[in-house]
Design a protein around this ligand. Sequence first.
Ligand SMILES: Cc1ncc(COP(=O)(O)O)c(C=O)c1O
Length: 386
Amino acid sequence: MSSPHEDLLALRSEFPVLERTTYLINNSLGAMPRAVHEEVATFARQWEERGVRAWHEGWWEMAATTGDLLAPLLGVRPGSIAMHQNVSVAAAVFFSCFDYPPERNRIVYTELNFPNVMYLAEGERRKGAEIVMVPSDDGIGVPTERLLAAIDERTRLVPISHTLFRSAFVQDAQAIARRCREVGAVLLLDVYQSAGVLELELEAWGVDAAVGGSVKWLCGGPGAGFLWGDPGLAPKLEPALTGWQADEEPFNFRPGPIQYAETPWRFLTGTPNIPALFSCRAGYRIVAGVGAKRIRERSLALTTHLMATAEAAGFEVRTPRDPARRAGTVSVWHEEAERLSKELIAREIICDYRPRAGIRLSPHFYNTEAECDHAIATLKELAFGR
Ligand SMILES: Cc1ncc(COP(=O)(O)O)c(C=O)c1O
């Protein structure tokens, strides 16, 4: 009998690691597309054969154009995404656009944020920022009302994770964006755990800016992060963390101050990470080709199945039950989760462990129910010996 997901299953052959493992770690490092070999070889060939001419034959533009492949997945227009090395750098460029007058000096985020942004925000104290960290009661999510109440006329920036890395809890981006606009705060959404697995409509939701990276659901590998800015806001921003790629006439080598180029160039810095920009494209093309809607439908079916199977096997699941609040990962708790995750990996069931979350299992569009069943059956045997 043919499967309703035949076209997705056909794509499994594009990801060689799926032949050798039960690969359920797409929230950490998505499977490598086989086409990456070709992309990396193209980079090396161009460098070898074209030498310095390669800059003028495509390399120079790559940090400003590669993001166009992501535009449909983020729900933003082309020509608005700048590529960076990672979220840290992309967010630091964004932070560097702001100052903190005493009457509007607060940075608001939740205690469940990925720590990157918290570390950056701590640095902003030197510029006069005050940090407001909104607590969680259960370690899974933060009540939206509590977060909205913390955002007021004193708030300058709201740099928060859209999907929380530990629990896969999805924060209500639209409500948070609305609140930010009401009070004149700026929302920076970290969509790392969302891009490529959820349907995003950043522009329509009224989000001001977003950062993310490629290693997870986008199957793009390390070294390629991104910064998107809303077209209404981006042209007004002037990053202090900058470089010659951001100048409108970089080859004039003008002494300072910089004259910022149009978006997205104005958010770039120095020499771009060309090899990473080659290697990320294969994954972007496949993921965008499948499309966020289709991926989300399949992801919900797989995570629902995985949660039910884990609970039936006797495990506590530390992931939101409400599908609207759940992204692509299922966190399965056990007192000995760390040891068990290692035992699973030793059996070629690839997962990871995070303190207070447990074993994270994260099927992508190319995974199957049978793989989820195999992971839980093995885990059950390891944990309970039956
Ligand atoms: C929500 C979120 N933000 C950021 C990161 C990583 O950021 P960076 O690209 O700076 O390594 C992760 C990685 O796990 C994440 O889950």
